[in-house]
Design a protein around this ligand. Sequence first.
Ligand code: 5RP
Length: 217
Amino acid sequence: MKIAPSILSADFAHLARDIQTVQQGGADLLHIDVMDGHFVPNLTFGPAVVAAIRPVTSLPLDVHMMVDDPEAWIPAFAKAGADTLLVHVEATPHIYRALQLIQEHGVKAGVVVNPGTSLSAIEEVLPLVDQVLVMTVNPGFGGQAFLPAMAQKVAQLARWRSERGLAFKIEVDGGITDQTIGTVAAAGADIFVAGSYVFAKGDSPAKQMAKLRAAGQ
Ligand SMILES: O=C(CO)[C@H](O)[C@H](O)COP(=O)(O)O
């Protein structure tokens, strides 16, 4: 299992410090939530912030693009140093083209589904992608409650992956805690994004991530 702390819950005034803390604490990836104020009702980071983060960590940068017209932003985020770019199927009428564009920039491509979107919307692109991100909350904010019904989507993706001989990773994002990680881990998820649980609750980020790993076994 891979743990990807979301910097949405980090201290923005001490971003480099918090990133180094989670790297030293055992994070596998760094999840960066890009929000444009249109696709979701919140505003966060642009390519300049990703470029500033790139030299302060060796963790792979997992960039979740919650933006309209993602094709317009893919070149800038690739240049900024993203290792994976994740685009929402709901954000473009041309998801296949967007994923090809990501790969043309030498970056891993991921597709994201909102809680209200059926997996049928992404079935055709599964052979193309490196990652599928199943939103386990409505996107836009950290600290929301996990939606248990999303575990069924994870299980369906895991079945398709096995039956069709595909190799994409299954990622989950939203409301992941020591109480919720077990259900999506059992369903077949590989990558677990956690923001408020890692940065804002309880023990140090290292201990919080260790608790997630223990609960997800
Ligand atoms: O994509 C996101 C919000 O749109 C965040 O990554 C996600 O909500 C993580 O935060 P938390 O772990 O606090 O739920």
